[in-house]
Ligand binder design. Sequence first.
Ligand code: 9WN
Length: 456
Amino acid sequence: MSIIDTTTSAVPPVAPPAEAEPGGGGRHELWPAARAVLEANWSGRHTVPSRTLYPHQWSWDAAFIAIGLARLAPDRAWQDLRSLFLAQWPDGRVPHIVFDPGIAERDYFPGPGFWQVPLRRPGHPDGTGIVQPPAHALAVWELYQRAPDAVGLAQLRWFYPRLVAAQDYLLGRRDAGGGGLAAIVHPWESGLDNSPAWDTALAAVPADLTVLAGRQRHDNRVAAVAHRPTDEDYARFVALALAYRDHDYADDALADRHGFVVECPTFNALLGAAERALAAIAGVVGADPARHLARAGHITRAIDDRLWNPRTGMYHARDVRTGRLSPARCVNGLVPLILPDLPADRVAALVAVLGSDRFGMSAAMPVPSYDRTATDFDPVRYWRGPVWININWLLWRGLRAHGCATEADRLRAAMIDLVGRSGYYEYFHPVTGAGVGAAAFSWTAALLLDLLADGD
Ligand code: 9WN
């Protein structure tokens, strides 16, 4: 199967988002503001996560944004996702950022000059050489289900081989542990960048601040220093990216030579969910769903065999280099709930942890990113405590998939209430609910649209 189809223009020009149909979520007061966020963040080719902090296109953001745009402007949703896949590498990897050539290097660090990715496909946009969680097949299937017409079918046909290539890359070259899961080679690949889930694995990476010399962080100029990763974290992030880059983004012998090789429960849960979505897509485009269903089953079993901790009753990140599970109880260990074939006892255990003091899912507040009772729980620092809407949206879907309707409804109401009180922020203080990070953040707006529309 070849993914070297350089078609870029099969999609008609895209109309701006319209009003929702009467009777849809559009009646809700939050709807127009969400639409305005997505409109303001549309670059003409894709939606940026935030005009100030993230002025390019991000990979898993694009999936969540498309799920929300599907409720407003399906053409734009398809175009947004296609623009990401135009930067797909010939080996199947989908870059974690696709760079907008109109944005100056100084407006995001690390930009294209840092990554120095060889121009892989002439005429196509440049991206990084690392990936993010594979949420795209899920988004493509959601989009098609919202409008299962001829346009949707043409889109499914365009995406199917590309999504398969992305999965083949992750399940092939990234199975560094040999156990049937994909390993990430950088915390940025997790999407939960400085989660405590990476602390033990990262401790082996020297925090050499000299790698930041001559390099200027952009995030700390537009966001509060106390909310962002520390310079020590950034030194490790930069060193790992340089090490991977300097091996020409190769994936051979990762566990022997690379400083960070980790199996993340959320990344792999999305990998499994992607195979399920691909099975559904295969059924429509005339391909074989069986292969995808078999892979989905293997992934669920591998997550359970390799990442389950019976003592904590949840999943944990596994350091492939040492074989050890991270001791931290992080929200990424609860997201496997999205897998419909998760064993019933595991579901019950995860729901119990979600309802416990550690994660305190309640009508008042969605789920934080880290154990509230941990001594290093930090309510404002990036992924070390705050509430994120994309993770809560996944948990909501997971609860529904397992028939936990009461908990799912409560979580949906808590998300809507939180955003209603505080606005479309990147993340939220898990005690006060105050907005933190970038305002006018795209996936918060997009997923709110999906939550609102779902309730009507
Ligand atoms: C690095 C864009 C991205 C999200 C990630 C989030 C953050 C970037 C950064 O922003 O990461 O990729 O600069 O901190 O952690 O989940 O995709 O919204």
